[in-house]
Design a protein around this ligand. Sequence first.
Ligand SMILES: Cc1ncc(COP(=O)(O)O)c(C=O)c1O
Length: 366
Amino acid sequence: MIDIFAPTRAEKEIEKELISAIQSVMETGRYCRNFELLGEFENAFAKYCKKTYAIGVNSGSDALFFALLAHGVGKGDEVITVSHSFMESSASISKVGATPVFVDIDTETFNMNVKEIESKINNKTKAILPVHIYGQSVEMDKILDIANKYKLVVIEDCCQAHGAAYSGVKVPIGTTGCFSFYPTKNLGALGDAGIVVTDNEKVAAKIKSLRDDGRSAEAGYLHDEIGYNSRMDGIQAAALITKMPYLNKWNEERKKIAKRYDENLKDIVKIPKVGNCNEHVYYLYVIKVQNRETLMNFLKENGVGTAIHYPLPIHQQPPYKHLGYEGKLPVTEKIVKEILSLPIYPGLTIKEVDEVCEKIKDFYSK
Ligand SMILES: Cc1ncc(COP(=O)(O)O)c(C=O)c1O
């Protein structure tokens, strides 16, 4: 079986290192509030993203939530974002009391259609939250220009884009970006984990407090504000320190797999398009197909796992239906019926990629 995700394959490569890192944490018993290990990972990740600060939290969802809070986004504000994403891109906006305002996406790159942003700006607009979907950056120069012009905050959802670059610069391109280390991600933990990277000192300090029950100092029991228990734990920090040096190599593997899919499938289905200034790191390899459900079943019967990311756009999810976007995001609503994610991850062999492609060819030649 070729699963749609298989994080254990890359982990097998470095199993001894990983086990030894976990054992070291077990020897100290410092599973929580292990700020030495967490700091080591935060420094490494901040350096990788060329950002001044990195604050490890318990998920990408909380990274987004805290980044919005720390940038002062709150009740009554509007945040411009996309509906074609994982639910938390918008849920984080709602959790701070603000309202997501959806723009449509580009039919080829699946990313935010930046041309639609300005028409949505009014005096309630506080921020733009672009999502670097599937591993490819949004056109960030345009977004940063608009944000400058209207004095808006930009928080980049980089949860699917570890190492992705735009015009040669790794995301986040603006001041603040949020990452998830959900196990299937390009850099995945052994459980839930996330991080905010930023160049803004005040934002960093606020998030440090928010994630640690409102404490501004690492030691002691003085709580300056109401916060959350949302630190990245010691085991996750140890695992991520161990995996971090392999991120670029694993991204290269993903790119090779994508290239092979491109070559094999370009005449049969719509292959993903890489934007001009983009270095795509292929968290997901998403094609557009006809007869998707039948193809998915055929592939499943033939031992190939596939998935849809995501089957229901956020504006059609129950908590957002009342906003009234039905029918107003035509590209989002159209592509959601055509997209299909194929297996792509370090450890997937070229032979297996060819097998997947053969099955797809078989299906369409019938
Ligand atoms: C685009 C996007 N945003 C946010 C998240 C939330 O991250 P987490 O699952 O770590 O909370 C994810 C994770 O799947 C994601 O893909």
